[in-house]
Ligand binder design. Structure first.
Ligand SMILES: Cc1cc2nc3c(=O)[nH]c(=O)nc-3n(C[C@H](O)[C@H](O)[C@H](O)COP(=O)(O)OP(=O)(O)OC[C@H]3O[C@@H](n4cnc5c(N)ncnc54)[C@H](O)[C@@H]3O)c2cc1C
Length: 489
């Protein structure tokens, strides 16, 4: 059963009745969110990894190429080789490269439609949920040391063009209280965020029209943007060198087995999944696994459905609430616009813009209302949306944007979680070997390195060791503990 998104919350409410509560759920109610952010690479030194590669090279078994043969079995099979899938594989191998075989199945190896490549590569520490702040802070640390983490022998170290520049969140009088609350929580965790009065905003950003603005918050450290394509290529190259197998193919189904367990009214039949069907180069292969991880980005809901999640009875009637939502990115030129100090600006009207390079180019975008969501059967761009909806907002906030030239545009799919716009991580309560890392709803690029590490810990240690993400498990839909992140752009 595919559940209409409007009724999803109702269904969660039904599931939250005690009958369906089969597991204990951790509560974070009064916990102060003050964990220390561990340094990237705290599990195994990147130098150790490089040394091992060097040893493997000497022994003649170093791989940096993938052949497309579908393996009959793997310990861990990852569906989707975007940034999230690649990061999960990287961290599992980083923890112990020899302990497990890992296969990534990717149907679009040039990533023409992958969200990772079509994103605008932004990273910020300014979220309203502490876990999201922590995930971003860890990623900033990871990106700062990326050459240590992702360098591969005999290859140039990756240069992801990390452009450090703060996000500027502006708030109307109605949104000011929330912004103050967010800033306090972010600072408590260790993020460097400045709360700015109207006067401070006017002196730091004199080109801003502050009409309707009460205050703002500005990121002082670790925020900015980078080139997602270079990051994904570097991650893949590193994974290949560590022995991860990338297969060019599409997962089209799961094979199930039935087993019998003792229940309260006698025996009951249950199902387990332990192999997938992969369509590759016109053939269909069966590939077995001990653990499968859904990293299919915007299509994660479909992949879950292939396993029967959302089409069965009881717990299995609840679908993974993730679907593709089309978002446009426009590139414009404005020589008189804000200069090199231009922040990544998020306006209370819902639009954003940021500088692109040093030649007075800018990127911008704005999520449509629920009623105006565009069709998702293509990646065509709606230019009227820029002219009629976004441009008037831009020109209102920055008067210099009244004269600009639209240069180009593209669109991509958000991996949109229509229940609560947040990450879904951990395993499914029925299929214990089916794991999720989905539903990032527009902030997955900046969280991918941290999510990979978190899922590695959960799979190997049985817990989220570094950043506690237990509130983000699929179980929250059963208990109706939905999480609301107000900082979704
Ligand atoms: C326009 C836009 C702007 C964005 N801006 C930002 C930003 O500034 N900052 C930020 O943090 N995030 C941003 N995002 C969100 C971010 O891009 C995503 O959250 C993130 O890339 C998700 O990564 P992923 O690996 O899960 O998905 P993807 O990169 O989409 O990878 C999923 C992969 O799974 C494959 N796949 C799907 N189904 C199957 C199957 N059945 N078999 C085999 N393979 C399959 C697909 O081919 C795809 O390559 C943006 C997204 C868009 C669209």
């Amino acid at each position: 059963m595919r559940i209409a998104r409007n009724s999803y919350r109702d269904l969660c409410r039904i599931f939250s009745q005690p009958l369906f509560l089969q597991r204990t759920f951790s509560s974070h109610d009064d916990k102060p969110p003050l964990p220390v952010i561990p340094r990237a690479g705290s599990h195994r030194s990147p130098w150790e990894v490089l040394k091992e590669e060097f040893r493997a090279l000497k022994q003649g078994n170093f791989t940096s190429e993938s052949n497309n043969k579908v393996p009959r079995e793997s310990d861990i099979l990852i569906i989707g080789g975007g940034l999230i899938g690649s990061s999960v594989a990287y961290w599992l191998k980083q923890r112990n490269p020899k302990a497990m075989s890992i296969t990534i199945v990717e149907r679009d190896p040039s990533y023409t439609r992958a969200a990772s490549v079509l994103s605008v590569g932004g990273i910020r520490h300014q979220f309203s949920l502490p876990e999201n702040v922590q995930l971003s802070m860890f990623t900033s640390e990871f990106l700062r040391n990326i050459k240590q983490h992702l360098s591969v022998l005999d290859m140039d170290p990756p240069d992801i063009q990390f452009n450090l520049q703060g996000y500027l969140f502006l708030a109307s009088p109605e949104g000011a209280e929330q912004l103050v609350r967010n800033a306090k929580m972010q600072r408590d965790i260790g993020a460097k965020v400045e709360l700015m009065s109207r006067e401070r905003l006017a002196s730091k950003f004199p080109w801003l029209n502050l009409q309707g603005i009460e205050l703002g918050t500005y990121g002082l450290e670790g925020e900015g943007w980078f080139d997602p394509w270079t990051l994904i290529r570097a991650m893949k190259q590193k994974n290949l060198s560590l022995g991860v197998k990338y297969v060019n193919g599409e997962v089209i189904g799961f094979d199930k087995q039935t087993y019998r367990v003792a229940g309260t009214d006698g025996y009951e039949d249950r199902e387990s999944i332990n192999s997938v069907q992969i369509k590759s180069e016109g053939e269909i292969y069966q590939s077995q696994f001990a653990i499968v991880i859904n990293c299919a980005g915007p299509w994660a809901g479909n992949v879950a459905e292939l396993a029967g999640i959302g089409t069965g009875k009881g717990i299995l009637s609840l679908s993974l609430p993730v679907e593709p939502r089309k978002r446009y990115v426009y590139v414009f030129h404005c020589p008189k616009g804000p200069g090199i100090e231009s922040p990544f600006l998020i306006d209370p009207a819902g639009f954003y813009f940021r500088r692109e390079g040093l030649g007075s180019h800018f990127l911008c975008g704005m999520s449509p209302t629920e009623e105006d969501e565009p069709a998702i059967d293509n990646l065509q761009v709606d230019y009227d949306y820029f002219h009629n909806t976004i441009w008037p907002h831009l020109a209102h906030r920055v008067s210099k944007f009244e004269s600009l030239k639209l240069m180009s545009a593209w669109s991509g799919f958000y991996d949109y979680n229509y229940a609560d716009q947040n990450l879904v991580i951990g395993n499914h309560p029925y299929f214990h070997n089916f794991y999720f890392a989905n539903g990032l709803s527009g902030h997955g690029i900046q969280h991918a390195p941290a999510i990979g590490r978190a899922l590695m810990e959960y799979i190997i240690d049985g817990n989220f060791e570094s950043i506690d993400l237990s509130r983000f498990k699929f179980d929250r839909f059963l208990s109706n503990d939905l999480l609301t992140e107000v900082g979704i752009v």
